[in-house]
Design a protein around this ligand. Structure first.
Ligand code: FNR
Length: 196
């Protein structure tokens, strides 16, 4: 099963967290896991890992895509918003993340991503925090008609130094993540109010 629950089951707002890294010791995934602990009581976050998503193949695309892809699309459809945290690979977004966005973006302009608010975070051991990947992730999401959050980019540089004893402990980073989460939840509530 790709989807794991990070918090309690019943919630008013459901977030889907997606990491751009498959590594077991991934800092990006660790950031997402920590963010689950920052949520208000009425918000639930599920983490979807991408290791079972096959390379995009138009011959396999359609109403019954591969099982892992169907699971991903279903998880996105059920979520009120996305939280993506990713490293940068060679000045861009990791292939596994682009591949997942490509699968999830079908059918074009009518996929589960359409209208979905998305908080995009990048994290890197380097000084730029993966900001070049962030631009690509936001562009790809915009191409799907998702709604990458319009706010200052959340790019975390020197990522390893933000952790102490395996815990995300850097106060500045935590403040930045709290503010970004608050913006995402505000956007989700605004959209829900507009829908009536
Ligand atoms: C990297 N890394 C990297 N970092 C960066 O800031 N800019 C870059 O262009 C690249 N390029 C790059 C390419 C490849 C193939 C790898 C494997 C790595 C370093 C990368 O940010 C680092 O490995 C992160 O720690 C990976 O994130 P996770 O797995 O800890 O989430």
């Amino acid at each position: 099963m790709n989807v794991s629950s990070d918090t309690q089951p019943a919630a008013a707002i459901r977030l889907l967290a997606i990491s751009g890294s498959l590594r077991r010791a991934s800092h990006s995934t660790a950031v997402l896991r920590h963010m689950a602990t920052l949520l208000p009581a009425d918000v639930q976050q599920r983490l979807f890992t991408l290791e079972e998503i096959p390379p995009y193949d138009g011959d396999l695309d359609g109403p019954q895509p591969p099982a892992a892809v169907a699971e991903l699309k279903d998880a996105i459809a059920q979520a009120d918003g996305l939280v993506i945290c990713s490293p940068e690979y060679n000045y861009g977004m990791p292939g596994v993340l682009k591949n997942a966005i490509d699968w999830a973006s079908r059918p074009a302009f009518a996929s589960p991503l359409k209208g979905k608010p998305a908080l995009v975070i990048t994290a890197s051991p380097g000084a730029l925090g993966g900001v070049r990947a962030q631009g690509q992730i936001r562009d790809a999401l915009a191409a799907t008609l998702a709604r990458p959050l319009s706010r200052p980019h959340v790019a975390i540089p020197l990522i390893a130094s933000r952790f102490q004893d395996g815990q995300l402990s850097d106060a500045t980073t935590l403040e930045m993540l709290q503010a970004a989460l608050a913006d995402l939840l505000a956007e989700i509530r605004l959209l829900a109010a507009a829908r009536g």
